[in-house]
Design a binder for this molecule. Structure first.
Ligand SMILES: Nc1ncnc2c1ncn2[C@@H]1O[C@H](COP(=O)(O)OP(=O)(O)O)[C@@H](O)[C@H]1O
Ligand SMILES: [Mg+2]
Length: 320
């Protein structure tokens, strides 16, 4: 019988960042962030454009040097072990950088060859991954002729050619239509089910909610909050949100009246087009609003989301 018990229930960090900082001249893009990614989890960086997500991804992927702080990827410092780390990582950059003149299949095979995999292995793996990415019938098509969603799936398949221990995806679905996004989410969800460690950046809160076990909310290079989507919502928002519209010129004017419904309105946010009433019970809050003689033109009760968390933390909407 094995007596090795040390690994039982002890999560292994595969990435550890401590005071991680990146400056471009006087400008600080990543401002001393601390986080840990555990083997097998889907970890997210959620934040608006310019938050420093891609910069962080590039430092982890050993393609950009940090300015200061500590960083360990699979137990190694990217400063000293770039090639070793890159060989264990799958990378899907924010912008597709496929070889547009090559076929889908050759994009995969040639990428595999970069990692020194034998040609036969590359071919077999390319076929498996084309199937995984639902691109079998596009195997012989030029990458340039694929739709945006297909290109993204091909980039994902390419990132898996070296059977990475950590899969890094920088805004995997930005710019795709809703249907293409859902196909992609389904593929990423499968990887997650198979136990692949995922690091995903996104500025879509629904993507973060769908895919991430745990995430950091980043803004201006700093971490605003950290936790699972459910934890973050519990900590920073109410159970429900009542959205009411009174017409764009009246919303701000009635905000105080709406807040006066008392304990049922934990907080009222004024957006240009509507009021958000943070409440434990949206239907009851709406009743109270109407009892006060306020007549919203439309009303909607929904559950709190990460969008509400972001608004609470920064005073801004995630997607402008
Ligand atoms: N090579 C660079 N030189 C100067 N500034 C940069 C460079 N790369 C990124 N930045 C700046 O750093 C900030 C963070 O960028 P980035 O990491 O791409 O953010 P995100 O991926 O969250 O949108 C932005 O303000 C961006 O303009
Ligand atoms: Mg980016």
């Amino acid at each position: 019988m094995s007596r090795r018990v040390a690994s039982v229930n002890v999560p292994t960090p595969v990435i550890t960042a401590s005071s991680l900082t990146k400056r471009y001249g006087d400008f600080t893009a990543v401002d001393g962030i601390d986080f840990e990614v555990t083997a097998g989890e889907a970890f997210g960086l959620l934040g608006p454009n310019g938050a420093g997500k891609s910069t962080t991804m590039r430092m982890i992927s050993a393609v950009s040097r940090r300015t200061s702080g500590e960083l360990s990827v699979l137990g190694l410092d990217p400063e000293d072990y770039g090639p070793e780390i890159r060989s264990q990582l799958g990378v899907v950059p924010q912008e597709d950088n496929l070889d547009t003149e090559l076929t889908a299949r050759d994009n995969l095979v040639i990428y595999g060859r970069f990692f020194g995999l034998p040609r036969a292995v590359c071919r077999q793996r390319a076929d498996e991954l084309l199937a995984f990415a639902q691109l079998e019938e596009k195997a012989g098509a030029k990458a340039d002729d694929l739709s945006g969603g297909m290109k993204r799936r091909l980039t994902i398949a390419r990132g898996l050619m070296n059977t990475p221990q950590i899969f890094m995806l920088d805004e995997p679905t930005t710019g795709l239509d809703p249907q293409a996004r859902h196909v992609l989410w389904d593929r990423l969800f499968r990887l997650k089910e198979q136990g692949t460690t995922l690091v995903i950046t996104t500025h879509y809160m629904d993507e973060a909610e769908q895919l991430c076990d745990r995430l950091i909310v980043v803004d201006h290079g700093t971490i605003m909050a950290e936790g699972s989507p459910a934890e973050l919502i519990r900590r920073y928002s109410s159970r429900e949100v009542l959205e009411v519209r009174f017409g764009s010129d009246r919303n701000a004017a009635v905000a105080d009246d709406v807040a006066a419904i008392g304990a049922l309105a934990e907080r009222v946010e004024v957006l240009p087009d509507r009021l958000l009433v943070y409440t434990a019970d949206g239907e009851s809050a709406l009743e109270r609003v109407i009892e006060r003689g306020l007549r919203p033109t439309t009303s909607l009760v929904r559950r709190s989301s990460l969008e509400d968390v972001f608004l609470r933390l920064t005073g801004r909407s995630l997607v402008e």
